[in-house]
Design a binder for this molecule. Structure first.
Ligand code: GLY
Length: 391
C-alpha cells in the first residue's frame, strides 16, 4: 500500500514554519485563552460559540474535555502557572460527571476524559487526573459490545441503544489503548482494536472517504446502511469525520504497530490530501472546494496536522513520510496565517472558521473548543521537542 496522490507536487516541496512565526502564534493562542479565565475558571463553553462568543455553562458535553486540554497545553507551551491552575480546578468537575453520570451515555466519553485527565497525567504527572482518566476508561469500555465488536454510538449493550458505529469514535478508542497499556488490561486493548477493524469494514469507503455513521441491525449486528450525519450527503464526505480517521489510525498504530492501521491510514490520507483546496484547509465537507462559497472547518485542518505529524514519527524515511511531514506543515502554516485569532476580541476562539454541523445549522463558520484544542496540540507538536501526545 502507498499513498495515491492526484497532485503529488503540492506536498513535495520542503515546508517550514519559522520559529518567529510559531512563537507569535503560540503567544496569540495563549493570550486569547488567558482572556477567558475570569469567566471560565469554573465553567465550560458549550458545543460551539454563539456569534463567536463562548457562553459559560457546566461540564456536561463531549467538548468540555478539550477545553481543559487547552489549559494543559497552554501551560506546556508558555510555562505560565495560571493555565495549570485552571486545568487543576476543572478536575473536580470530571469527578462530578463520573459520580452523577453526566453525559456519559455515548461514544464520546474518550473526548471527555482524554485531553483533560489523561492530559493532566501526561502533562504534569497529576495523580488525581490519572485516577479520573482510569474511571473514564471504564465508562468507555461499558459502551463496547463484545458481540458486535465495536463501541456503540449511544447506550450500552443490552440497554436502550443506537446500534450504530460512528467515525468520531476513532478518537474515543484511544482512552482504551492508553488504559489498556497503563493497567495491563488486555480486554481494553482488544476492544479498541476490534473497534478499529469495524471502522475499517463499515466506515471507510473504497476511495478512503468515510461515512459519518453506519447502522447495524439490533442484536444481530447485520450491516444495514450508512448515514451522512454531519456531512453534506452520501456522495460527500464530512471533512472533520475524515480527519478523525487521519488522526485516529496513527494513534491506534502507535499503540499496536498493526500494519492494517497504517495501510488504512494511507488510504484515508490519500483521500484527504486529494481533496484539499488551494490553501490546504478543508471546507466542512469534501464535496465542496474553492469557488463553492461554502464554509471551512478549520478544526478538520488542525486535527489532520496532528494525525500526519503523529504518523510521520512511526514510519521510515521515504516519500510517504515526507508527504505527511510537508502536509502537516503546510496545513498548520495556513491555520497560523489565515485562521488563527490574533486580535479579534469579538471572537472568543483561538481558531476561527470552525463548522460544527451545517446540516444541523449549529456553529457554522464559528469557533469551538475542539478547534482550539487541536490547534494548540498542533502548535505543541511543532514547538515542544519532547511533547507526549495526550491520546
Ligand atoms: N462528535 C464529534 C464531532 O462533532 O466532531
Amino acid at each position: 500500500m502507498s499513498l495515491t496522490l492526484n497532485n503529488p507536487e503540492k506536498f513535495a516541496k520542503p515546508a517550514n514554519i519559522s520559529k518567529e512565526k510559531l512563537d507569535k502564534a503560540i503567544k496569540a493562542a495563549c493570550d486569547r485563552l488567558a482572556k477567558l479565565i475570569p469567566a471560565f475558571e469554573q465553567a465550560f463553553p458549550g458545543t460551539c460559540s454563539q456569534d463567536f462568543k463562548y457562553v459559560p455553562g457546566e461540564n456536561r458535553n463531549w467538548e468540555c474535555g478539550m477545553f481543559t486540554g487547552c489549559f494543559w497545553l497552554a501551560y506546556l507551551l508558555s510555562g505560565d502557572e495560571k493555565f495549570k491552575k485552571v486545568a487543576e480546578k476543572h478536575l473536580d468537575t470530571y469527578k462530578w460527571r463520573l459520580d452523577e453520570k453526566i453525559g456519559l451515555n455515548d461514544h464520546d466519553v474518550g473526548f471527555v476524559f482524554t485531553p483533560s485527565c489523561v492530559g493532566g497525567w501526561k502533562a504534569c504527572g497529576n495523580e488525581y487526573a490519572k485516577e479520573l482518566a482510569i474511571k473514564g476508561a471504564e465508562e468507555m469500555f461499558a459502551h463496547y459490545t463484545p458481540v458486535g465488536k465495536y463501541i456503540l454510538h449511544t447506550g450500552y449493550p443490552g440497554g436502550l441503544t443506537s446500534w450504530r458505529i460512528i467515525v468520531d469514535t476513532m478518537m474515543n478508542a484511544p482512552i482504551l489503548f492508553w488504559a489498556g497499556k497503563e493497567l495491563g488490561r488486555e480486554e481494553y486493548t482488544k476492544a479498541a482494536v476490534d473497534h478499529c477493524y469495524k471502522t475499517i469494514e463499515n466506515i471507510v469507503r473504497e476511495d478512503g472517504s468515510t461515512w459519518h455513521h453506519f447502522q447495524f441491525e439490533a442484536e444481530t449486528f447485520k450491516p444495514l446502511h450508512p448515514y451522512s450525519g454531519q456531512g453534506y450527503s452520501l456522495e460527500g464526505c464530512w471533512s472533520r469525520g475524515n480527519s478523525w480517521g487521519v488522526y485516529g489510525f496513527p494513534i491506534a498504530y502507535s499503540y499496536t504497530k498493526n500494519e492494517d492501521f497504517k495501510n488504512v491510514h494511507e488510504k484515508i490520507s490519500s483521500y484527504y490530501l486529494n481533496h484539499l483546496p488551494e490553501d490546504y484547509v478543508p471546507y466542512w465537507d469534501f464535496f465542496f472546494t474553492d469557488g463553492s462559497g461554502e464554509e471551512r472547518d478549520a478544526s478538520a485542518g488542525a486535527i489532520a496536522v496532528c494525525g500526519f505529524n503523529e504518523m510521520a514519527k512511526h514510519i521510515e524515511d521515504g516519500e510517504t513520510k515526507t508527504v505527511y511531514e510537508n502536509a502537516a506543515t503546510l496545513i498548520l502554516n495556513s491555520l497560523i496565517e489565515k485562521y488563527a485569532n490574533y486580535d479579534n476580541d469579538n471572537a472568543d476562539g483561538v481558531l476561527l472558521e470552525v463548522t460544527h454541523t451545517k446540516p444541523g445549522k449549529q456553529g457554522v463558520g464559528e469557533c469551538a473548543v475542539y478547534g482550539d484544542y487541536f490547534y494548540f496540540e498542533a502548535l505543541a507538536r511543532y514547538a515542544l521537542k519532547d511533547f507526549k501526545m495526550f491520546w
